[in-house]
Design a protein. Structure first.
Lengths: 221, 262
């Protein structure tokens, strides 16, 4: 075993990793933003809808939750364009997939959050004469967001890691950058050591930042 | 709106309600005239809180009629029992104020913010106007210095005083008080009752469910005793809480009450 670690080649191509990391973050941020919209709309719809709508939303959630992400990525990128006449880049396709994916998880998060809003607060909103829509905007959603903030940051963190799946359709995010360096330099151990450290470090920074936000809002309860 | 000045502001007629097989209200009737303070007393489970929640339609009822200032509350007409639209209900509820046993302040809004929400969204006041009204009422309940505190930073008594200010700032025709001191530590009860006493002096019409017998005796124009979902006795405090009581249930209730409160 005479393998000597040599990071020189990694540093020479570090721009691939740095650019990849930024793209990973970008993919995660855009996807969670769209996912939050999907999750909010469907959760609000779910709690006020009849049986049919509930069944449809539940089916979407169950489908997404029980199919591996990598399969969803293939389905949307390779499968959909062969059936429907649409064309999109790998990156757009991945953002769409990850948005639908996070949306499904967030429907559940927001739905249980809405149901956890204390009855008394809703009564108080009714008693001062707020309409159902006003109660939603000014009473239920603010409390629901406070309740769901920890789950929301956990979802974001795992979404950040899930962006590595985009490498299978050649989106040049962090894991793809690692594979590129790998193919061109064969420094397998070094590349994955560096990339692991990058995921880890970024994850910790994000976690720390999100916990700060959570603490701020918890103090404001 | 009202046909004559002597007509009751709140007119509850034969209201009945059942939760499944349990009849919580059995043909309850009562009236509150403008400027009157009416207290509802009775053992727990007698339907007092449910009755109060029917008055601003937080609960629907199965039959009977509830009118405020001549207008049917939850239904377009009592006879057809066609429920009002949500928008209509919201407008009706804005005419009644309610103070809750567990305060129910909005936790994400400051004391002033809690009062301002209804003023801005329901009464259409500007931010500045709403703020001014909120500060006025916070001053009236002795909390001018707590305008920018969040509910979590306030004691129970302070929270409940904000709850009262939130309700009266809307200038309701009638104020509904639902056991508003029951969740408070004994030493905080006084400050809240004092606020209610002053509102009564100012002529606020109130219907309150309470376990504070001494307060009910001193502050009420009339007392209604409920048992098993119906009005068992009603009259002026001296009559209901007096020395000679013919109504056996009321006598037992008061005896039990005195025994547990010395």
């Amino acid at each position: 075993m005479g393998y000597a670690l040599n990071f020189n080649l990694i540093w020479r191509h570090f721009d691939k990793l740095w650019g990849g990391l930024l793209l990973s973050l970008e993919l995660a941020v855009i996807s969670i933003a769209i996912g939050i919209v999907i999750g909010l709309v469907l959760a609000v719809w779910y709690v006020s809808a009849g049986r049919v709508v509930r069944a449809v939303i539940a089916a979407y959630v169950e489908f997404i939750r029980n199919v591996p992400l990598i399969l969803l990525v293939y389905l949307v990128f390779y499968g959909l364009p062969t059936v429907v006449d649409i064309a999109y880049s790998a990156q757009t396709s991945f953002i769409a997939t990850l948005s639908l994916y996070s949306g499904a998880y967030l429907v559940e998060v927001f739905r249980s959050g809405l149901e956890a809003v204390p009855r008394g607060q809703i009564d108080a909103g009714k008693a001062i004469g707020l309409t159902p829509w006003q109660r939603l905007i000014h009473v239920r959603l603010p409390t629901m967001l406070r309740i769901t903030l920890p789950a929301l940051s956990n979802t974001f963190l795992s979404l950040f890691k899930d962006t590595s799946v985009a490498s299978v359709i050649s989106v040049p995010e962090l894991t793809y950058g690692a594979q590129w360096i790998n193919f061109n330099t064969f420094r397998i151990v070094e590349v994955y050591l560096v990339v692991t450290a990058m995921y880890l470090l970024t994850g910790y920074v994000l976690l720390f930042a999100l916990r700060l936000v959570e603490r701020r809002f918890r103090a404001a309860r | 709106m009202s046909a004559n000045a002597n007509a009751a502001l709140l007119d509850v007629r034969d209201v009945s309600k059942a939760f499944g097989a349990v009849e919580v209200l059995r043909a309850v009737s009562l009236e509150v005239k403008r400027g009157e303070v009416v207290s509802v007393i009775g053992p727990s489970g007698s339907g007092k809180t449910t009755l109060l929640r029917c008055v601003n339609f937080l609960e629907s009822y199965d039959s009977g009629s509830i009118r405020i200032d001549g207008r049917e509350v939850g239904y377009r007409e009592a006879a057809t029992r066609q429920r009002r639209s949500e928008r209509d209900l919201a407008a009706m509820r804005a005419e009644t104020g309610m103070v809750f046993q567990s305060f129910n302040l909005f936790p994400h809004l400051t004391a002033a913010g809690n009062i301002m929400l209804g003023l801005r969204k329901v009464r259409g006041k500007s931010d500045a106007e709403a703020r001014q009204i909120a500060e006025h009422w916070l001053g009236r309940v002795g909390l001018a210095h707590k305008a920018d505190s969040l509910p979590a930073e306030l004691s129970g008594g302070q929270q409940q005083r904000v709850g009262i200010a939130r309700a009266v700032a809307m200038e309701p025709k009638i104020l509904l008080l639902d056991e508003i001191t029951s969740a408070l530590d004994p030493e905080l009860v006084g400050e809240v009752l004092e606020v209610v006493r002053r509102l009564a002096e100012d002529g606020m019409t109130m219907l309150m469910v309470t376990h504070e017998m001494a307060f009910a005796r001193d502050a009420s124009s009339r007392i209604v005793f409920m048992a098993d979902g119906s009005v068992s006795a009603a009259g002026p405090p001296a009559e209901i809480l007096g020395a000679e009581i013919e109504n056996e249930r009321l006598r037992n209730f008061l005896a039990r009450f005195r025994a547990s409160h010395f």
